[in-house]
Write a protein that binds this ligand. Structure first.
Ligand code: PLP
Length: 419
């Protein structure tokens, strides 16, 4: 894999300045929104040259800003994609109309009939369903590993997969949603090498970086090929839009761009602009949310009605996961789960009493959001697989936001009285 160039500026700066030149837009200090479906040409020859450059990469327009029809790309997407790549330290990026559109793009492009995906579990339920229910309808198969810090556990899943066909995709969500289970990204890349030695072809290594986001975990620096991020979460950060990104190796991203124009899953001009705006502050918002989350997690852990808190910051000292956490993560995140003594009835009683915290399934927004995992985000996952992922009937997921931390804790305290 070609080494990504070291960025001239740090990611916090790149999030504000990269990918946009005011000279291209009437010296507007900020990128404008181009609300158009299509772009005009000064001559028939220039129309042909733009198409030639877009599809064949050569001719007089090659290397220029190639705008034809917004499904094929638009100026807002150019700026956003340059910025996403710069922040992640990646060679290239693509923006999609949701995180699932981005995940689906990778699966459809790189998982063929007879091939396997080996993935961590828990993985966001939409992706778990994509790998285990939808893609098998096209002839691929999936195997899961549940301990992403243990080579033997990961390798056992790979061996099971290779009995049925070659592994095309080695995937991980880290930390996992909602149990904060970590996958060791250095180990993942090492296992990709072992798979290559065993089957004669290296699988593509793909990591879902939604839960920590680009400022607190940097998968490309570990040798991961493709990073998928649901921008809907921390990057957009206000629970008011859906978007997704793929960053990584240029040779893998380019075919995805040509396929995206067929799927029609590009990000539209206005939403692309909103994401750009949010990217400027994502490092500040996530840092504050993480501070709040650390205080809330401490408070919950000490509460008599709470059976356990799975918060990355509580990963036991001396454990393999702790070593991975310290090497790989630049923060403990602000989405975690806790278990009440009791099951669904107790959880529902508590949730129905909340006044400030909103019951909703998104995460990474400015509002603190809370939900009962088994009956919402993981409703479609079988009870057996839920339990394997550590999700019980008493598990509640909390995405801590930016309200004053004392107000968040006060609301949890009064709601827990109902249990
Ligand atoms: N990956 C993770 C870890 C998620 O939590 C989600 C959504 O919850 C997705 C992917 C899918 O993203 P989107 O909802 O933007 O389609």
């Amino acid at each position: 894999m070609a080494e990504p160039k070291p960025p001239q500026f740090r990611p916090e700066t790149l999030a504000i300045v990269s990918g946009y030149d005011p000279e291209t837009a009437s010296r507007s200090a900020k990128p404008p929104v181009y609300m158009t479906a299509t772009f005009t040409y000064p001559s028939a020859q220039s129309a042909k040259d733009v198409h030639r450059a877009y599809f064949d990469g050569d001719g007089p327009e090659a290397g220029g800003a190639l705008h034809i029809y917004s499904r094929l790309g638009h100026p807002g997407l150019d700026v956003l994609e340059a910025r996403l790549a710069a922040i992640d330290g990646a060679e290239a990026a693509l923006a999609y109309n949701s995180g699932m559109a981005a995940q689906t793009a990778v699966a459809l492009a790189y998982l063929r009939p007879g091939e396997a995906v080996v993935h961590s579990r828990p993985f966001y339920s939409g992706v778990d369903g994509l790998f285990n229910e939808i893609m098998p309808q096209f002839g691929s198969h999936a195997e899961a590993y549940t301990d992403g810090c243990d080579e033997a556990n990961m390798w056992a899943a790979c061996e099971r997969a290779m009995t049925k066909g070659p592994i095309a995709l080695l995937a991980a969500e880290s930390p996992g949603n909602p149990t904060a289970a970590l996958v060791d990204l250095d180990l993942l890349v090492k296992v990709a090498g072992r798979i290559e030695a065993a089957q004669g072809r290296r699988p593509i290594v793909m990591v879902d970086n939604t839960l920590l986001g680009p400022f607190h975990q940097r998968p490309i620096e570990h040798g991961v090929d493709l990073v998928v991020t649901s921008l809907t979460k921390y990057c957009a950060g206000h629970s008011d839009l859906l978007a997704g990104a793929i960053t990584g190796r240029k040779d893998l991203i380019e075919p995805l761009k040509l396929q995206r124009l067929v799927w029609g899953s590009h990000l539209d001009p206005y939403t692309a602009w909103l994401v750009l705006r949010s990217l400027e502050t994502v490092h500040l918002r996530t840092a504050r949310a993480m501070e709040n989350a650390a205080a809330v997690a401490d408070w919950l852990r000490a509460h008599s009605k709470i059976a356990g808190v799975t918060y990355l910051g509580f990963t036991p000292e001396g454990s393999p996961a702790r070593a991975v956490f310290e090497r790989q993560c630049r923060g403990a995140g602000s989405t975690f789960s806790f278990r009440l003594h009791g099951g669904e009835a107790e959880a529902f009683r508590m949730l129905d009493r909340l006044k400030l915290l909103k019951m909703a399934v998104n995460l990474g927004g400015s509002n603190t959001l809370i939900c009962h995992s088994a009956s919402t985000t993981h409703y479609a996952v079988s009870p057996e697989n839920r339990l394997k992922s550590g999700i019980t009937e008493g598990t509640i997921r909390l995405s801590v936001g930016l309200e004053h931390v004392d107000d968040i804790i006060a609301d949890l305290a009064q709601a827990l009285e109902a249990v």
